[in-house]
Ligand binder design. Structure first.
Ligand code: BGC
Length: 313
């Protein structure tokens, strides 16, 4: 098998002759800034199997970003626990696919907001693969409403899954990392946690106060926990995805009108794909990021950069 993948990019040739920026399929709006385009093929080395010998739990892995992360981690050599709450079919299918490609995978049902479920998830994962090295705490939901229409159930569901669920999974991961023999570690750290946050850990979001409040909490959970466990050799980071093409935000990209409106918020000029997040997660989990802890990596095409100020405010 070749160690190179070939990718085509449409390159904005005249934007800046010395430094053309490769936009994958730039939208019309972006093209108007430039005079000409050409399609170029780039040969990109295939990612090395950076996570060989590791065991990773990915929560909320039956769709969207979680599914992509689980599949990318398996491709990077990690055994993967695909956690799901209420949709077994895609999780089981992914697990089959990973196993038939020679990887190690188990699909395990658990509700991350339930303490006993989380303990069972980690117990079952440890029984299956012997240890846990990485947690990608990804489960998340939205229950959008204006403040006057938001029910207590809408508030509680989002806080329970998106914030308390992160706490429960992180707590269990740290307990397991600390009880595993040091000599058996596949990486320099004693364990790595990646909390799936959102650009809304810093961008206020009207009509979504439950979600933005939970993600703001994830930001401080990540930083406080990183500070607390750094001396134990455990790294804790977050990823803040912007608008990524997944079912959770289908309304924002499904029609050309919605997509056009969304792209006004993304300086880089394209919607994100789940693989954009998965690639960042592999790096953060790997030894290449061994000195990185307590930070949030924004994977958002510049969405958090106050795009309204692009034209001088
Ligand atoms: C939300 C998406 C939204 C994106 C950018 C994410 O955290 O889940 O629904 O499109 O932030 O606003």
């Amino acid at each position: 098998m070749s160690s190179l993948d070939r990718f085509s990019f449409v390159v904005a040739a005249n934007c800046n002759a010395h430094n053309p920026s490769p936009f994958r399929d730039p939208p019309e709006g972006h093209r108007s800034h430039c005079h000409a385009y050409r399609t170029e093929e780039f040969a990109i080395p295939k990612l090395p199997r950076r996570l060989e010998g590791h065991v990773t739990i990915v929560t909320g892995a039956s769709s969207g970003i979680g599914l992509s992360v689980a599949s990318a981690f398996a491709a990077a050599g990690s055994a993967v626990v695909v956690n799901y709450r209420s949709h077994p079919a895609p999780a089981l299918q992914l697990a089959d696919q990973i196993r038939s490609n020679g990887g190690k995978c188990a699909a395990i049902q658990a509700d991350v907001s339930n303490e006993e479920d989380v303990v069972r998830l980690f117990d079952t994962a440890t029984d299956a693969f012997g240890r846990i090295d990485i947690l990608v705490s990804n489960s998340g939901v939205q229950r959008d409403a204006s403040i006057t229409d938001m029910t207590l159930a809408d508030w509680n569901t989002v806080i329970d899954i998106n914030l308390t669920g992160q706490f429960l999974c992180c707590r269990e991961a740290v307990r397991r990392f600390n009880s595993q023999p040091a000599h058996s570690r596949p990486s320099r750290s004693s364990g790595a946690i990646i909390a799936m946050s959102s650009v809304h850990e810093i961008i206020p979001w009207a009509g979504h106060i439950n979600y933005a409040s939970a993600k703001g909490g994830v930001r401080m959970l990540t930083r406080s926990l990183a500070q607390e466990v750094a001396s134990q050799g455990i790294r804790v980071n977050a990823i803040a995805p912007g608008a990524i093409r997944t079912p959770i935000n289908k309304d924002a990209w499904e029609t050309p009108e919605a997509l056009e409106k969304l792209l006004r918020l993304i300086p880089y000029g394209r919607i994100g794909e789940p693989e954009d997040v998965a690639n960042a997660a592999i790096w953060l989990a790997s030894d290449e990021a061994d000195y990185v802890t307590g930070t949030t990596l924004f994977v958002d095409g510049g969405m958090a950069l106050y795009p309204e100020f692009r034209d001088n405010g």
